[in-house]
Write a new protein. Sequence first.
Length: 159
Amino acid sequence: MTRPVLILASLAALACNPDGSSTDIPAGPGIEEILVESDPAARLYLTDAGVVDDDGDGGWSAGEGAALTVTLHEGWGEDYMNYPGVAVSASPDVIAWGLEENWFYGIFGYESYEMTFDGILDEDVAPDTMVEITVAVTSLGCPGDCPDPNPLVFTILSE
Ligand SMILES: [Ca+2]
């Protein structure tokens, strides 16, 4: 499968695909490095992670809030009406999320929806702390009836 790759030197991040190859893919605002790319061949996949800090200076400081956005796609052209959603987590666990998961009723075939998660970075996080953030596909009925999590993993650097 081929797909267009946006070449922006200032935004490009080196990522490893599941088969071990590397691809230059764009990282969104506030993203340090993309570690794992969500597989676009899967039925539900994630792209376009970005983090915008509350005061807009481009750095996420201790105690500051930020909005994480990510786009969920249906890639097979088949409506998925079983409350698909996205779950977010951080390692180390230094972000207090308003919601750690969010869902909606369904996603039509080939549709894309941007989702936003608000988080506050802990007060005691030192500057230049690397935080790994995982966003994963889930559903309201999970665990039990779970779609492939097909995660998108990236790092941010605290200010
Ligand atoms: Ca800031």
